[in-house]
Design a binder for this molecule. Structure first.
Ligand code: TRH
Length: 349
């Protein structure tokens, strides 16, 4: 994997990162990754959240960096020089008051999307009548966006990983010749089609907690050569190991899309389903941005309920396509480094 130049970790700066958990785990997952990456660059981060419960498994206390402290909502009485409002979560009134005294750089960190509006909106100021200085920051897949979260040391960790040793340690050893698939999904009517296709050759299917395990429990008689194992909630560190064990990873939501890309194996992505089918545009944009071959693109559409399931593409070509996308995306500066650079340039000294 090629490497991109990392941002110099000096001078250290202080951040407040505000995160409200609306649903699922992507909001807190992204904020935790960002906070720990900034801490790795030497900064200090106060992560203020209304629901830290998922951090108990995502980031067990023994594995938390000293530079990050977790605060209950509404957080501290003062404001750091850089304030990040994650996903338009609306800052507490007392924080806005503190900000009017401190004049921080205020950044609204948006959701990841491959859609074209991201390039148009990334980095724009958000005009305000109260004098506070606010900007939009969009993660994304192209050089004209804020990039993707990718912490230092990831490539080295990936290269040193031994999947059979890890699977044994989890109590789910792989049998000789068995391939491994992983499943992290929302409710998904296409699951039966995927299970039948996986069952054509010996496959160990690792199920994350939530819908994947619920849906499989309803599917008691597994077809053909397929056997399934339920996994516990893993730390983000071990979630990577899960994906690195997969010959095929079915992931969901924005953060796992990125981790699936960094894993570099064949991958299905399920976008968070929306009533107005807005997720279809997100899926099409991701297919285009990742330059997925036609059969893989069809499988992604089917997995998102946009077209009928026509079977599983060959894993070799699929893996190559994801590896190629990973290679291209790895050339971009990562999100934390870009955000840091963007914010520091706007600090008033
Ligand atoms: O949990 P998600 O479905 O979150 C989603 C998205 O963020 C989406 O944008 C949002 O609109 C919707 O929720 C409401 O999927 P995502 O984004 O992949 O986040 C999951 C996080 O959980 C990610 O950081 C990886 C982490 N994870 C673990 O650390 N261990 C685990 O065992 C599993 C299964 C996940």
């Amino acid at each position: 994997m090629p490497g991109a130049a990392a941002e110099k970790p000096s001078p250290p700066v202080r951040w407040d990162l505000y995160c409200r958990v609306i649903d699922n785990f992507g909001d807190i997952g992204v904020c935790w990754r960002l906070a720990t990456h900034l801490a790795a660059l030497g900064d200090t981060v106060r992560l203020i959240t209304d629901d830290a419960s998922a951090l108990a498994w995502m980031a067990p206390p023994g594995a938390r960096p000293a530079g990050v402290s977790v605060w209950p909502w509404p957080g501290p009485a003062d404001a750091a020089p850089i304030v990040v409002e994650a996903f338009g979560c609306e800052l507490p009134a007392a924080t806005l008051e503190a900000m009017s005294r401190a004049d921080p750089v205020w950044i609204n960190l948006e959701y990841l999307s491959a859609e074209p509006y991201v390039e148009r909106s990334h980095g724009l100021p958000s005009p305000r009548s109260d004098g506070l200085r606010k900007w939009f920051f969009y993660p994304g897949f192209t050089p004209r966006t804020g990039g993707l979260l990718r912490e230092p040391g990831l490539a080295a960790r990936r290269a040193a990983f031994d999947r059979d040793a890890w699977l044994r340690a989890q109590g789910v050893p792989r049998r000789d010749g068995e391939r491994v698939a992983t499943l992290f999904c929302y409710d998904n009517p296409t699951l039966g089609g995927l299970l039948s296709a996986l069952a054509e050759v010996p496959t160990l299917l690792l199920l994350t907690p939530g819908p994947a395990q619920r849906l499989l429990a309803a599917n008691t008689a597994l077809p053909g050569h397929l056997r399934a194992a339920a996994m516990p909630w893993l730390s983000q560190h071990d979630f990577d190991h899960l994906l690195w064990s997969g010959d095929l990873n079915a992931v969901r939501g924005e953060d796992s899309l990125v981790r699936g890309l960094w894993a570099g194996a064949a991958m299905l992505w399920q976008a968070y389903p929306q009533d107005d089918a807005a997720h279809a545009a997100k899926v099409e944009a991701a297919i285009g941005q990742l330059a997925l071959p036609a059969d893989v693109a069809e499988a992604w559409r089917a997995w998102n309920g946009m077209s009928p399931w026509r079977g599983l593409p060959a894993l070799a070509g699929w893996t190559q396509a994801i590896e190629a996308a990973r290679g291209r995306l790895w050339q971009q500066a990562d999100l934390a480094s870009q955000l840091r650079h963007f914010a520091i340039q706007r600090l008033r000294t």
